[in-house]
Design a protein around this ligand. Structure first.
Ligand code: ASP
Length: 334
């Protein structure tokens, strides 16, 4: 029988009612006690790492989670992590960069209702995660939620309240999990290279969402505090340069100062293609600026943090940013 390590971090799944609203309060052992059926599928051990709402999870926590998996990697066949839904997509992206080419599954899950509630999605999500984790051939980082397995680099929280909280952005759902079977559509490739763990992350990444009327000089302040800036621009990648609100002048300044600038889109689906319009063409052709293409903003932000942990040299950053990791980027210029 396979051995699975359950790592618990908090989130709604572990929350209880308090005077001040829901807060994590259910221990890892208690969470396990709600799913006695798990014994049918595997031998489980549990380790409570944190008891935090995921709003309070930071890059340092991602490093701790990856470190725990590294420590226990040889002893277990797979890892299931319970986590709050609000920042789960960021943690899933982070684990995808910190644990590359794992031969084993690393599954994040959580719930929209506490596991102790009479009506809850928590038990199903946790049992689905365990069933997916013990399935032969499953490897890599995924979020399992509401019957879907989504690659860690492709997940986004798209609903605040309903059970169907996550979707796979610009990439197919890897597997659908129902009560009777698991339909896996995206098989993990045979990885000839062994797992590689990373233990550096530099959180100096800022995400700026453009709105009409924004003054470009905000970029000067951001550049004084952060080393990389993702601009959530319009459509396929438009940056305003007309009249008195000229962002291109600020892009010139930032890139001259060695800052990494990535143009992404605030549109959820289909990604950027900044050369299509003059408003994006100038930005990507006149300056050392990257674009996110079909990457999620969550993955792009965390990938930059992982890259900044190794280098700030633009050519190297560019190479690493565009090099696919766990299917995070598919469409680039030909
Ligand atoms: N605020 C909670 C969290 O992210 C929400 C949830 O888990 O669904 O920890």
């Amino acid at each position: 029988m396979k051995r699975i390590l359950l790592l618990t971090t908090g989130g709604t799944i572990a929350s209880v009612k308090t005077e001040n609203g829901l807060a994590p309060g259910t221990s890892g052992e208690e969470i396990l006690s709600y799913i006695p059926e798990a014994k049918k599928y595997c031998r489980m051990e549990v380790c409570q790492i944190f008891s935090l709402d995921s709003t309070n999870l930071q890059p340092e926590h991602w490093l701790k989670i990856a470190g725990k998996i590294r420590e226990a990697y040889e002893k277990f066949d797979g890892f299931v992590i319970t986590h709050g839904t609000d920042t789960m997509a960021y943690t899933a992206a982070a684990l995808s960069y910190l644990i590359q080419n794992p031969e084993k599954p690393v599954i994040l899950t959580g719930a929209q209702k506490p596991i102790s509630a009479p009506i809850t999605d928590a038990r199903k999500n946790l049992l689905d995660s365990i069933r997916f984790a013990v399935k032969d051939g499953v490897r890599g980082v995924y979020i399992v939620f509401d019957g879907k397995a989504i690659l860690g680099t492709r997940a986004r929280k798209i609903r605040t309240k309903s059970y169907s909280a996550f979707d796979s952005i610009n990439y197919p759902v890897a597997a659908f999990i129902d009560d009777r079977r698991i339909l896996q559509y995206v098989e993990a490739e045979e990885e000839p290279v062994p797992v590689r763990f990373y233990d550096q992350i530099d959180p100096g990444v800022f995400l700026l969402k453009l709105i009409p009327g924004m003054e470009p000089d905000i970029l000067r302040y951001i550049g004084s505090r952060y080393d990389a800036i993702i601009i959530e621009s319009y459509g396929v990648g438009g940056i305003p340069f007309y009249d008195r609100r000229n962002f291109l002048e600020e892009l010139a300044r930032l890139t001259r100062d060695g800052k990494i600038v990535v143009i992404a889109t605030q549109v959820m689906l289909e990604g950027s293609d900044a050369e299509v319009y003059e408003v994006g063409f100038k930005a990507v052709n006149e300056y050392n600026v990257l674009q996110a293409y079909d990457m999620t903003v969550e993955a792009a932000a965390v990938k930059l943090m992982w890259i900044l942990g190794m280098t700030r040299d633009f050519a190297r950053v560019r190479e690493l940013f565009y090099r696919p990791v766990s299917h995070d980027i598919v469409s680039m210029e030909e």
